[in-house]
Each structure stands twice: as structure tokens, then as C-alpha cells.
Design a protein around this ligand. Structure first.
Ligand code: GLA
Length: 434
């Protein structure tokens, strides 16, 4: 079996109290317009990049023809500024007729014909953040029905221009209204991001019951500062956030920006690796028509994707924040495996970080290691000292197998000490790694 497939097999037996619409048992993957294309509606002067049918169809073509879809990147998500400034005569939202002449239903059919899914954006409030018609409480059912009729697969509900009381009513109401349509529509809630993302103002138990994913924090921008700021917030608050996530309910640290302008290759690898540790939704916001091969191979890294998509769906943690500027992140995976990320906050030169697996809380045993970005394998005993060289603002990312235990039989065979102390076959990494 292909490694990616091995990871993608979903475990139906995991008990969870997530929104009961059956979707997003593993974090969603796809493409989302906002960070890269914002509210560019100037199709006269910028026809290739304006928010229009053409942009979404071209991205769908790239997803389906350049190997993205097979890796799991299936959502094509429209964000703000898609609609007309006015609802239609029946009070329904409608797409801007010039930029989306075929309407949103045409977009959905285009995606479905290619094995992709369509996401749309709305806002709990009088206006969207970009000033387009919002969804006030009285419009929630109508808008949910409209999206279902358009055969939309995901809905992001932003929270500009509403107060806390309206949001407290609106977000659960929309969840019910979407479920009532009978169409499984994944539901992304920006609600917590409007209240600081932390209890007591934010109730993660409730969010897990009504939403499939939620934005906890501010918007990502095309810079390393922004990525680092998001990483810091999510891991400084990991004790609250890790337990909120699970199959069908995910924390969303916002889009992947690899392939844009602000990140180096090292930084792009860092974002990909740490988003995988976080079990974060992987929505790229970049230009798939012109993306360079370096960014593409990072975003298409099968080990990072496999780790992100682990069926147990347990969000990982920062387990060490060293004075040297090295952080260590860890995520438990199915089959008793795990992922480790060594991340450097330094800005001088590659840093040689020395440790052992037992110092990183691993139990006695021998482990197979697979390096996600160099594709090298090795065997490490828990007590063996090793060194990883971590580049400034970069990462080393490892898939770590289950431990092979001491093999006493082999050890004493024939009354003599022979063979290896550990049975390395027990946890061999599948040949597709090699
Ligand atoms: C908010 C959201 C962004 C994006 C914009 C659109 O800022 O957090 O993700 O949807 O609105 O206006």
C-alpha cells in the first residue's frame, strides 16, 4: 500500500462528539483564495487574478492535473467578495453577475466533475468583513438552503459586524440549518477568533459539537513574522487547544502560504511541518499556476501530509522550548508511531542539537526514523545520543516508528549472546519509505 494511502485509511471507531455530519474525519486539505487574492475584483485590469469564475476554475485545473488532488487537496474555497452587493428579489444571496456569470452552482459542478469540492464564504452579521451582504439571524435558514441548492461542500462563517449575543445565537443556528438541508456541508466557524480564542469567553466543547473547524486567532499574512506569531500563540495555548481537536473538529491556524512571496524554503518547510504537528487544516493560498518546484515539493511532501492526516486525529504539542532557541514538537500517531519536529528560532547558522529519544519521553526500544525532507532512514535506540542540524528558521521533521522491544529470546538463543538486542523487524518502516 502507498504510504499516503496507509495514513489516509480513516478509523471509524474513534469515539468523538464532533458535529454529526460525517465530514472531515481528518483535517481538510485544499486551496483557499483569501490570503493570496484578497478582494481583488478589478477584472478589467487584472483578469488573471481577480476573484472570478476563471480564477477558481484555473486553480481547480491545477489541483486536478498537477498531482494535488491525489494527495488530498480537494477543496477549492471561495472567500469574501464573491457576491453581488445586493440580495436578489427573493432575499437570496447571489454571486456577482459579471465575475461569476454562471453563478455558484456552476462552480460546484465544475469542482465535482473533477473530484473536487467547493467551499463558500459568508458572515454572521450585517456585512462581510469586505463590506458585502452578511447573514443576519433572520437570513440564516435561507442562506443555508441556498448553499445546499448550489451543492456547496463547505461553508466558512466569518464574524464581522455582529455582536457577541448575535454570534452566540447565530453560530449554533447555522450549524442546525446546514444539517437540516440534508447535504453534508463542512462548517468552518470564525467565532472564537472574535473573542480572543480562549476560555472562558470561548467554549471549545460547544464548538466541537457545532463546527467542523474554527479559526482561533488572527489572519495569516505573507510574512515569517506572521507565521511565527501564529505558531507562538497556538503552542503557548496548547493546553486549551489540543483537547479541543479531534476527528471532525479542528483548530484552524489559517492558510499555508508556501509558494507566495514572504517565506524562504526553510520557513515554508517549517510551516508545513508545524501545521502537520497541529493537525491543522491544510488550505494553501497561493498561485498554483506559477508555483515554483521548491514550494510545490514542500506542499506535496507525503510524510508531512501523512502525519497531518493521521486517522487518530490527536493534535501535537511543543514538548521543549530550549534556551538555545530550539523547540521540539511531538505528535502521537496511529500504530504507536509518532512525529517529531526540531525547529530553530535562531538566526545565526545551522545549530547542532544533541539529545536522545529517552530525553524526549520515548520508552525503551529501538525506533525506525524517517526524515520527511531528506528522505533518509535510520535506526535509533532510545538511549543513543544523536545530533540534528537545524537551519535558522528551519526544521528537521521525523516520522518515528513504534518501538521494537527487547527481544529476549533472540538475545539468549543457544545460551549465548547473539543477534541484536532489539527485534528490528517488529517495527520496520514500510518499503515505500525507502
Ligand atoms: C476576515 C477573515 C479572513 C477573510 C477576510 C475576508 O478577516 O478572518 O480569513 O475571510 O475576513 O474579508
Amino acid at each position: 500500500m502507498h504510504l499516503a494511502e496507509l495514513f489516509f485509511v480513516s478509523s471509524l471507531s474513534v469515539a468523538t462528539f464532533a458535529l454529526d455530519n460525517g465530514v472531515m474525519r481528518v483535517p481538510p486539505m485544499g486551496w483557499l483564495a483569501w490570503e493570496r487574492y484578497r478582494c481583488d475584483i478589478d477584472c478589467d485590469h487584472d483578469p488573471k487574478n481577480c476573484i472570478s469564475e476563471n480564477l477558481f476554475m484555473e486553480m481547480a485545473d491545477r489541483l486536478s492535473e498537477d498531482g494535488w488532488r491525489e494527495l488530498g487537496y480537494v477543496y477549492v474555497n471561495i472567500d469574501d467578495c464573491w457576491s453581488s452587493m445586493k440580495r436578489d428579489d427573493n432575499g437570496r444571496l447571489q454571486a456577482d453577475p459579471k465575475r461569476f456569470p454562471g453563478g455558484i452552482h456552476k462552480m460546484a459542478r465544475y469542482m465535482h466533475d473533477r473530484g473536487l469540492k467547493l467551499g463558500i464564504y459568508g458572515d454572521m452579521g450585517t456585512h462581510t468583513c469586505g463590506g458585502y451582504p452578511g447573514t443576519t439571524l433572520d437570513k440564516i435558514e435561507l442562506d443555508a438552503q441556498t448553499f445546499a441548492e448550489w451543492e456547496v461542500d463547505m461553508f466558512k462563517f466569518d464574524g464581522c459586524y455582529s455582536n457577541a449575543t448575535e454570534q452566540e445565537q447565530g453560530y449554533p443556528l447555522m450549524s442546525k440549518a446546514l444539517n437540516a438541508t440534508g447535504r453534508p456541508i463542512a462548517y468552518s466557524c470564525s467565532w472564537p477568533a472574535y473573542h480572543g480564542g480562549l476560555p472562558p469567553k470561548v467554549n471549545y466543547t460547544q464548538l466541537g459539537e457545532i463546527c467542523n473547524l474554527w479559526r482561533n486567532y488572527g489572519d495569516i499574512q505573507d510574512s515569517w513574522d506572521s507565521v511565527l506569531n501564529i505558531i507562538n500563540w497556538f503552542f503557548d495555548n496548547q493546553d486549551v487547544l489540543v483537547s479541543a481537536a479531534g476527528p471532525g473538529k479542528w483548530n484552524d491556524p489559517d492558510m499555508l502560504i508556501a509558494g507566495d512571496f514572504g517565506l524562504s524554503m526553510e520557513q515554508s518547510r517549517s510551516q508545513m511541518a508545524i501545521w502537520a504537528i497541529m493537525a491543522a487544516p491544510l488550505f494553501m493560498s497561493n498561485d498554483l499556476r506559477t508555483i515554483n518546484s521548491g514550494a510545490r515539493s514542500i506542499l506535496q511532501n507525503k510524510i508531512a501530509i501523512g502525519i497531518n492526516q493521521d486517522p487518530m486525529g490527536i493534535q501535537g504539542r511543543r514538548i521543549l522550548k530550549e534556551k538555545s532557541g530550539i523547540d521540539v514538537y511531538w505528535r502521537p500517531l496511529s500504530k504507536n508511531a509518532s512525529a517529531l519536529v526540531f525547529f530553530s528560532r535562531r538566526n545565526d547558522m545551522p545549530y547542532r542539537y544533541q539529545t536522545t529519544l529517552s530525553k524526549l519521553n520515548y520508552t525503551t526500544g529501538s525506533y525506525q526514523i524517517y526524515d520527511a525532507f531528506t528522505e533518509k532512514t535510520m535506526t535509533l535506540k532510545d538511549s543513543t545520543s544523536f545530533v540534528v542540524s537545524v537551519n535558522p528558521t528551519g526544521v528537521v521533521m521525523w516520522y518515528v516508528s513504534a518501538p521494537a522491544k527487547r527481544n529476549i529470546r533472540q538475545f539468549y538463543r543457544g545460551g549465548r549472546l547473539q543477534g541484536s538486542l532489539f527485534d528490528d523487524d517488529e517495527n520496520a518502516i514500510s518499503p515505500v519509505f525507502l
